[in-house]
Write a protein that binds this ligand. Structure first.
Ligand code: NAD
Ligand code: DAU
Length: 340
């Protein structure tokens, strides 16, 4: 198969590309990424030069570019490209509408025109809104997004499903809970906490720290997306979750303990506006229909992630200093590397 992965220089997209090239050695992957602040080609350094992988810097909202890429014969699109950070969506909602809504609609339009035979839209549990103390999100839970980020992702989901109904497009949607693991940008809670703790800096906790998230190791999500890509039913939504719910404060206390640091570094700060209280995914559908289940316990996943950040300090030092943004110029554009 020849895949177009968008947003493949980000956290989940890069882990997905590494997963796919490892598990499908004859697949070809084109990675289309705009390289916003969140895109980092160093995540994919290990496959630079692979004959099965190529990179194109560009915007998913650029219909001409997307059309040219699809003309090379794309079998499936997996759309990870997005503005993904809730706090940024509160400060700058327009960027979220441009990429997450208009960008997705552009990709859908071009994929329709070029008769692409599979389109996987990567979505989030945040489209369902916030839960009370009990219950879990199923695929039929009503959408109730509360942040500009989740509203833009819900809009993209609605468009994708509408293209399936109206144009019979082969669209599938995954809605995953909070991912963690290697290559996550240190603005998100876990990598921010881990890197700050290594530097003996404070770890900011919003509000009372009792907001609950449902954590999944990123490679388990990659495997689930692979399953949906190959075995999922067109027009269907699949929730992906591992069942590890934790309040933020309890999660961070576990991390502090695993890293032998002092809890005095935990600092409560002003809450995020509109902060969703609790997310919890019911993954029964993907487990029962596609035979997927997560492999990594939260305990093992956290230890692996902490070890990775410890062993890859140069990676996050270069992010915190801004150096990482030069990687594209140094390794791609200046050498005139072409994608295809
Ligand atoms: P990320 O912010 O780490 O990466 C996003 C990538 O998209 C970056 O490489 C960025 O350069 C690229 N990008 C942004 N705008 C683009 C555009 N207009 N055109 C092309 N590329 C563009 O995000 P992530 O955490 O890896 O999330 C990936 C996807 O998974 C997103 O769609 C997100 O909504 C979804 N998701 C994330 C999580 C999570 O916990 N991180 C959970 C559920 C769903
Ligand atoms: O649920 C899936 C979503 O998970 C994805 O769709 C998003 O792309 C991804 O960013 C993530 O959203 P969250 O808002 O849940 O992730 P974040 O890491 O920003 O925050 C996790 C929790 O920790 C949340 O309750 C807010 C809190 N938090 C976050 C930060 C950055 C803190 O207490 N302190 C912090 O500094």
């Amino acid at each position: 198969m020849k895949l177009l992965v968008t947003g493949g220089a980000g956290f989940i997209g890069s882990n997905f590309i590494l997963y796919m090239l490892e598990h499908h050695k004859d697949y070809d992957i084109i990675n289309l990424d705009k390289l916003t602040y969140a895109g980092n080609l160093e995540n994919l350094k290990s496959i630079d030069g692979s004959t099965h992988y190529s990179f194109i810097r560009g915007d998913i909202a650029d219909a001409k570019l997307v059309g040219d890429i699809m003309d090379t014969g794309i079998d499936a699109v997996i759309n990870f490209a997005a503005e993904s950070h809730v706090d940024r969506s509160i400060l700058e909602p327009a960027a979220f509408v441009k990429t997450n809504v208009l960008g997705t609609q552009t990709l859908l339009d071009v994929a329709k025109e070029k008769h692409v035979s599979r389109f996987v839209q990567i979505s989030t549990d945040e489209v369902y809104g916030s839960l009370g103390a009990t219950g879990r999100f199923t695929e039929t839970t009503c959408l109730h997004p509360n942040s500009p980020y989740s509203a833009s992702k819900a809009s993209a989901d609605m468009l994708a499903l509408a293209y399936h109904e109206t144009f019979n497009m082969p669209v599938l949607i995954t809605r995953t809970s909070n991912n963690y693991g290697p290559y996550q940008f240190p603005e998100k809670l876990l990598p921010l906490a881990i890197t700050n703790l290594f530097e003996n800096k404070p770890v900011p906790i919003y509000g009372d720290g009792l907001n609950v998230r449902d954590w999944i190791y990123v490679m388990d999500n990659a495997e689930a997306i692979d399953r949906v890509l190959h075995k999922g039913k067109e027009g269907e939504v699949y929730n992906i979750g591992a069942g590890y719910e934790s309040s933020n404060i309890s999660l961070i206390k576990t991390v502090v303990k695993l890293m032998n640091k002092s809890e005095s570094l935990i600092t409560y700060i002003k809450d995020r506006p509109g902060h969703d209280r609790r997310y919890a995914i019911d993954p029964s559908k993907i487990m029962n229909t596609l035979g997927w289940s997560s492999r990594t316990s939260l305990d093992i996943g956290l230890k692996t992630t902490i070890d990775w950040y410890e062993g890859n300090r140069a990676w996050w030092d270069r992010i915190k200093s801004g150096e990482y943004m030069k990687y594209y110029e140094q390794n791609y554009s200046s050498k005139g590397l072409k994608a295809y």
